[in-house]
Design a protein around this ligand. Structure first.
Ligand code: COA
Length: 385
């Protein structure tokens, strides 16, 4: 075992870059109409049972509502089978033995390999892997260590998370670890398999999420010569404030709150949110965060060529930018991927970045900004090199 020596002053990298990005989106998808048809088939059956019990009926979902309220038309899913079955309404993902690669490690690995290939790096050149997501596979062993082993990477690895701000939180940590000289080349992996945690019987949230994995490299500038077309990370920041308006109680303690602790009932322990409160509160906090964060670097929203915002709700993003600019901001300036992919939690803003940066000119700035559970907001000011 070799333990890296403490960095010397000359090794400290004051400038950092995103050296490569990888995105992995499952091929299978579900349209609003398909999702709503299965939900409403369940509603019909459920209401027949509720009527018999003298309970209040649940209301149907509608594709029209979903598009108008969120902008989402479609979502890609890791496993379609089971989600659309009104008898099940959850993806059917077979269990794996402890000897097999776990589902989330495999999902993250696809994006990780793409990021390494995009960045022209070999896994052996990494000295840290951070796995950061909203829906971890397990408390331990860290998924990042499993990915480290599967890639054949050296160094160290650990997991972290901050809801939908997980990728930005990891970018904040990685950029500062490289800046301090503690690490030289970090791979951040963000596997978001949200449909596994979603309650497809909850009218408020059943349409929101999709699955996707992303990964990116954070390196010191000067590590390698060729940097044109990459982003320098000018600054990063995080904001958090406690709220239960987006919450999951899934975890080992949930099992103890019921009579039979040998069975974990999912009822009440999956993702839930008070969407309209989140919408209002995070819109206000998000716009203020953007203005304040950019001001800290003598920038304003007007000096940003592009915004890669969290992909939860198209109306919400439009409102955040309108508050920041005082006018509507078009799709070229603030691209959207949520219409095709749904809300892919912490992966969404990185997918928007990956798909929408190749036309940017050297010296142009962009803002990566994600927000969500916590509440949390993460931002990164990027400059095209
Ligand atoms: N189908 C049809 N109607 C629905 C519905 C559905 N699936 N879900 C809710 N409605 C109805 C409600 O019942 C309500 O009608 P009512 O007043 O007659 O009861 C109406 O639509 C408005 O409900 P509301 O919850 O206020 O909707 P909204 O306009 O706030 O949109 C979200 C809901 C979830 C799309 C939106 O609040 C949102 O995206 N919030 C932010 C989420 C977010 O950013 N999360 C971050 C974590 S990643």
């Amino acid at each position: 075992m070799s333990i890296p020596a403490a960095p010397t002053r000359s090794e400290v990298r004051s400038r950092t870059v995103i050296g490569g990005i990888g995105v992995s989106v499952p091929e299978t998808s579900i349209s609003n109409d398909e999702l709503v048809a299965s939900y409403n088939a369940w509603v019909e059956k459920e209401n027949a049972a509720r009527t018999m019990r003298g309970e209040a009926a649940v209301r149907e979902s509608s594709s029209e509502f979903i598009v108008n309220a969120s902008g989402i038309r479609n979502r890609h899913v890791y496993e379609r089978e089971g989600i659309l079955d009104p008898e099940r309404m959850a993806p059917r993902i077979p269990g794996r033995t402890d000897e097999e690669l776990s589902v989330l490690a495999e999902f993250g690995l696809g994006a990780a390999k793409r990021a390494l290939s995009d960045g022209g790096l070999d896994a052996k050149q990494l000295d840290l892997i951070i796995c950061s997501n909203s829906h971890p596979q397990r408390p331990y062993p860290a998924l990042a260590i499993e990915i480290q082993q599967a890639l054949g990477a050296g160094g160290a690895a650990f997991d972290m998370g901050l809801g939908c701000s997980s990728a930005l939180a990891a970018l904040h940590v990685a950029a500062n670890l490289v800046r301090s000289g503690a690490h030289q080349r970090i791979l951040v992996v963000v596997p978001e398999l949200v449909t596994s945690h979603l309650d497809f019987r909850d009218r408020q949230t059943h349409f929101i999420f999709g699955d996707a994995a992303v990964a990116f490299l954070v390196e010191g500038l000067g590590e390698r010569e060729e940097r044109a077309g990459r982003f320098e990370i000018i600054g990063t920041s995080l904001w958090t404030q406690f709220s239960s308006n987006i919450r999951t109680n899934f975890g080992h303690l949930s099992r103890l709150a019921q009579d039979d602790p040998s069975v974990l009932h999912m009822e009440g322990n999956l993702i839930k949110q008070v969407g309209n409160k989140v919408f209002k509160e995070v819109t206000v906090a998000g716009h203020q965060f953007i203005v304040d964060f950019l001001a800290g670097y003598d920038h304003t929203p007007a000096t940003m060529r592009r915004f890669w915002l969290h992909q939860a709700n198209a109306r919400m993003n439009a409102m955040i930018l309108k508050l920041a600019f005082g006018e509507e901001v078009g799709a070229d300036r603030a691209p959207t991927v949520l219409d095709r992919l749904g809300n892919t939690a912490a992966a969404g803003a990185i997918i928007a970045l990956e798909e929408n940066h190749r036309d940017m000119k050297s010296g142009e700035y962009g803002l990566l900004c994600a927000f969500g559970a916590g509440y949390s907001i993460g931002g990164a000011l990027l400059r095209m090199m």
